[in-house]
Design a binder for this molecule. Structure first.
Ligand SMILES: [Cu+2]
Length: 290
């Protein structure tokens, strides 16, 4: 640079960057509400939705904060090295070559190991808290996935609901025709998951958890829904032509309302369960009654 003031161009560059970030960062963040930031941009309705959502959000936000701290240190060091060790006017040839710096090697090895171990144990802790399948459910509901809808067996009450596929034609409101899963609030739920044909995945985004449903490998989801309201659910595993129409709604209602609902199913004659006889590859055993 020919400028008599060596720091001139540099200062204006830093100034521009400062102004740009001063304008951009608030502008980017002003589009977000406090709740969005608090829930780490998960669905806002996930806050308090189940007894697990808080742990998931804390893990997610904690991981981001830890990574951003590492990022700021790394970006800071990169920028500092770029400025402090830039090529100067009278520099000739290659700069002094550095290698085998023990402190740096140790830092670069130990830091990632500590981070990975930290993330691992945090994950294990949250998983142990949220995937405890030993607690017996007060309310047992079997969810059966089928191309491309859902059946709900309310096992405790011995009633069922048979869902039909939503038809998305661009006009119909799927929320009105989609199968509805009723869940009683503040109850230990055991949601048994079963697939009738191919691999599906049970997903209520607001609950922040999802489980694959693999034919022949039943598993369950144990949680308490803690906030009454309506949520959307969907199949989260590409399962065929009409996968996108494999939607359902979830209504978390008071225990009374839930009893009224299951009673209404019984009144409609939906007593019993939609069992494995509706699975695609089900064959009745020799001599067994259907
Ligand atoms: Cu599916």
């Amino acid at each position: 640079m020919d400028s008599p003031n060596q720091s001139g161009p540099q200062r204006s560059w830093a100034k521009r960057l400062g102004i740009l970030s001063a304008v951009l960062i608030p502008a980017l963040l002003s589009g977000c509400t406090k709740e969005q930031i608090a829930t780490g941009f998960f669905p806002v309705e996930s806050k308090g939705a189940t007894n697990h959502t808080e742990a998931y959000t804390a893990l997610w936000n904690g991981a981001w904060i830890a990574l951003l701290v590492v990022g700021l240190i790394v970006w800071g060091l990169i920028l500092w090295a770029m400025v402090a060790y830039r090529r100067r006017k009278h520099d000739r040839g290659l700069p002094v070559q550095m290698r085998y710096s023990m402190p740096i090697e140790i830092l670069f090895t130990v830091t990632p190991v500590v981070l990975v171990l930290g993330f691992f144990f945090q994950n294990v802790q949250v998983m142990e808290k949220t995937t405890d399948d030993r607690t017996p459910g007060e309310q047992v509901i079997e969810v059966a996935a089928k191309q491309w809808a859902w059946d709900f067996n309310y096992e405790t009450e011995n009633v069922y609901y048979a869902g039909t596929q939503v038809e998305l034609d661009g006009t119909e409101k799927p929320e009105e025709t989609a199968p509805v899963l009723y869940l009683p609030v503040d109850t230990d739920l055991e949601i048994r998951l079963h697939s009738r044909d191919v691999i599906h995945s049970f997903w209520v985004p607001a609950f922040l958890e999802k489980r694959d449903m693999i034919p022949g490998r039943d598993q369950s989801l144990h949680l308490r829904a803690e906030k009454e309201g309506e949520y959307v659910g969907k199949c989260a595993e590409l399962c065929g032509e009409y996968h996108s129409e494999m939607l359902f709604n979830v209504k978390v209602v008071s225990k009374e309302e839930f009893q009224n609902y299951t009673q209404s199913l019984a009144d409609q004659g939906n007593t019993g369960q939609l069992g494995p006889e509706y699975d695609r590859n089900w064959y009745p055993k020799e001599g067994a009654e259907k």
